[in-house]
Design a binder for this molecule. Structure first.
Ligand SMILES: [Zn+2]
Length: 249
């Protein structure tokens, strides 16, 4: 009787442990099932970011204008090609041609400060630096009703210790079209195409005929390579976003 009871007890234990292990498994399964959508949602979020980052962006920038002859031609080409650019303008030229800045603004282009009269900020006093930037800022404001967020020091020259004098974001360039050094538009195109990469800021000048001749081909070839044109501020935002998946990985 005792043995029978013992056997029955053992059988009960076996059945109980089988049931228990099954229920544990099913809890695991449910747990996994519950986790799966969460993980895949997370993954799809990452791949979603990657997908949007598969777009390649570049910023075209033009210095030293506005020029009465060449700037309207640049704006015509941008209009025709449905592209945007950023113009680093000189204050005294803005005062002469404020309507060109209004046209830049209406085309959703960005306007940056390039000093009042192309001063080399390596060679000017602190008070001159402030005056050069302020006078250009005021000229831009008078023409467009908005102050710029960016500046580009002429020749790229700026002492690091003087940067805090200017409450604007300093923008240089990563690709030099060297349109100021050659009169050959093919050379200008080649300089850009051979060195451009994702998130490049391309230096040009709305100041030379070779730039005007090279620009349509530069836009067409970059677009054929999958690049989209954005302003410098948009590029800064997008390239910050582009870094996100790296951090997530
Ligand atoms: Zn310049």
């Amino acid at each position: 009787m005792k043995t029978k009871k013992y056997l029955f007890y053992n059988l009960f234990l076996v059945i109980f442990s089988i049931l228990f292990s099954t229920s544990v498994n099913s809890i695991d399964d449910i747990g996994n099932k519950n986790n799966i959508p969460e993980i895949s949602a997370h993954n799809s979020e990452i791949s979603g970011n990657r997908k949007s980052n598969e777009k390649k962006y570049v910023a075209l920038t033009f210095d030293d204008g506005p020029h009465p002859e060449y700037t309207p031609q640049v704006l015509d080409i941008l209009t025709e090609k449905k592209a945007v650019a950023t113009f680093f303008v000189l204050g005294y030229r803005v005062e002469q041609h404020p309507e060109l800045l209004q046209r830049m603004k209406s085309l959703k282009c960005e306007i940056g400060n390039h000093t009042y009269d192309h001063a080399d900020l390596h060679k000017t006093s602190k008070s001159q630096i402030v005056s050069e930037i302020n006078k250009c800022n005021e000229a831009i404001y008078a023409a467009t009703g908005e102050y710029p967020k960016l500046y580009r020091p002429p020749f790229g020259n700026m002492w690091k210790e003087n940067e805090s004098l200017i409450p604007l974001k300093k923008i240089l360039w990563s690709v030099d079209s060297a349109d100021w050094r050659t009169e050959n538009p093919d050379r200008v195109v080649k300089n850009v195409i051979s060195t451009v990469k994702e998130n490049s800021t391309i230096l040009m000048h709305d100041f030379y005929p070779q730039t005007i001749k090279a620009l349509p081909e530069i836009i067409d070839r970059l677009r054929a390579e999958g690049y989209e044109f954005v302003t410098v501020s948009e590029l800064a935002e997008l390239s910050q976003l582009a870094k996100l998946p790296d951090f997530m990985d």
